[in-house]
Design a protein around this ligand. Structure first.
Ligand SMILES: C[S@@+](CC[C@H](N)C(=O)[O-])C[C@H]1O[C@@H](n2cnc3c(N)ncnc32)[C@H](O)[C@@H]1O
Length: 243
């Protein structure tokens, strides 16, 4: 399984610093993968809890194992589609996501659904990639489609979040390298794992060799750290606006 925790170590510090979790918070982690961010949230919410949601059964299996191994008792996971899952209404104080919200087929509907799960004025804090051309890992290694970059445009994304009932939307530029491994061989295996298409192995190896430094194999990247607030009901929320 690709080690997103190692790849995103530097990004994670930006997310962690922005979450400001209170001890009693109930935290929802969207697209939690193997759950590093869910467990981080649970450790800060000492009298609260964290729920990680993901579509991938193998990732959740690994998340549950790590959570058990680390002795956390306020952390749960659920296999569900965040776009449509019937979350308990107005339940969570904070929604976080580390690159787990860019794959929605109808982002406005998805964020509206997530918003229903948040209490009024609850916060959303998430990392998403900026555009394809600003991410060297994508331009040099992967011919990814629009998926990972679907929330890259701040104007469009602010419009989506506002339509979904969020206010106070902010974007902070996160400019950190992504890490593919300590050496080109490990990075090659990791890069192949992330490829969704056949690739020229000779060219891939050469690219990884060219990015090998004393600190391992890394590529430049740009992300947005997005924060927003669930609108108090009746204040900017499309759900409660007259139709
Ligand atoms: C790039 S991975 C990030 C995983 C994790 N947040 C991390 O940083 O390690 C994106 C994750 O989002 C999940 N995902 C994508 N669409 C989803 C959806 N509609 N509902 C729930 N999870 C979803 C995928 O299964 C995947 O695990």
């Amino acid at each position: 399984m690709f080690d997103y925790d190692a790849e995103l170590r530097l990004h994670n510090e930006h997310l962690r610093a922005a979450t400001h979790i209170n001890p009693h918070d109930r935290v929802l982690d969207i697209g939690c993968g193997t759950g590093q961010t869910t467990r981080q949230a649970a450790r800060a919410a000492t009298h609260g809890s964290a729920l990680g949601i993901d579509l991938s059964a193998p990732m959740l299996e690994q998340a549950r194992k790590l959570t058990h191994d680390q002795g956390l008792t306020n952390t749960t996971y659920q296999r569900a589609d965040a776009q449509t899952h019937p979350f308990p209404p107005a339940h969570f104080d904070l929604c976080i996501s580390r690159f787990g919200t860019m794959f929605f087929t109808d982002p406005t509907a998805a964020f509206t659904n997530i918003g229903h799960a948040l209490r009024p004025a609850a916060r959303l804090v998430m990392l998403v990639w900026q555009s394809h051309d600003r991410n060297e890992w994508a331009t040099a290694l992967h011919q990814n489609g629009p998926g990972p970059f679907s929330l890259a445009d701040p104007t469009t994304t602010e419009g989506i979040l506002t339509s979904a009932g969020f206010t106070h939307v902010t974007f902070t530029d996160v400019h950190e390298p992504v890490y593919y491994g300590p050496d080109p061989d490990t990075a090659f295996d990791n890069a192949l794992h992330l490829q969704s298409f056949a690739t020229n192995h000779t060219h891939l190896r050469a690219t990884l060799e060219a990015h090998h430094t004393d600190t391992g194999v890394s590529f430049d990247s740009r992300a947005w750290l997005i924060t927003a607030r669930r609108a108090p009901y009746g204040d900017g929320s499309s759900r409660h606006s007259p139709t």
